[in-house]
Design a protein around this ligand. Structure first.
Ligand code: FE2
Ligand code: FE2
Length: 176
């Protein structure tokens, strides 16, 4: 089973089966080789890029469902929002990475699945307010959950694993 950080109780105990719904919405994407390849890239603190993407997808799914928004696009766009394949340690300086990696992720995502406009916007605009302005409410949600996931991942490393927030070269698998 795959789980988002912090989701254990919800995944097991939530009577509405929301975690199974979430997994069913992204199952085809999770099986795709480019998405699985993200597990080899450290992203924030101890989290791999795949773990981060699952976190963003799941948090976005939950909030969009609560708000009556398109939670399917939020889950799928959230999972693909960081679909790029260079190590952040080798990234170009800030603004270039900030603007370019959503465009690279969108190009890669188009190869993995047929995307709707909302999913394209989610991927392209997830760095808002530092980059592209979203056109859809779901994109604002994913952009916000991207930041929430960042703090969750770094916080987990510092407060749960008691480590420096510097990235490890050893990615954490999201398969349990
Ligand atoms: Fe990103
Ligand atoms: Fe991200």
């Amino acid at each position: 089973m795959i789980k988002a950080i912090g989701s254990r109780k919800r995944a097991v105990r939530k009577p509405d089966g929301s975690y199974q719904t979430f997994l069913s919405l992204i199952a085809d994407l999770l099986d795709a080789e480019p998405v699985q390849r993200l597990d080899a890239f450290p992203h924030h603190a101890d989290s791999s890029r795949l773990q981060h993407s699952v976190n963003v997808a799941y948090y976005s799914f939950l909030l969009c469902r609560q708000l009556g928004l398109d939670y399917r696009s939020a889950a799928r766009g959230g999972l693909l929002h960081d679909l790029f394949f260079y190590d952040l340690a080798n990234k170009k300086d800030g603004p270039q990475h900030t603007w370019l990696h959503p465009e690279i992720a969108l190009q890669n995502a188009e190869e993995v699945a047929e995307l709707c406009d909302r999913e394209r916007d989610i991927i392209l605009c997830h760095m808002w307010p530092r980059a592209h302005l979203p056109r859809y409410l779901e994109s604002f949600v994913v952009s916000l959950m991207d930041k929430v996931a960042f703090f969750t991942e770094v916080g987990r490393t510092v407060f749960v694993n008691h480590k420096s927030p510097r990235r490890s070269n050893t990615p954490v698998s999201v398969r349990i």
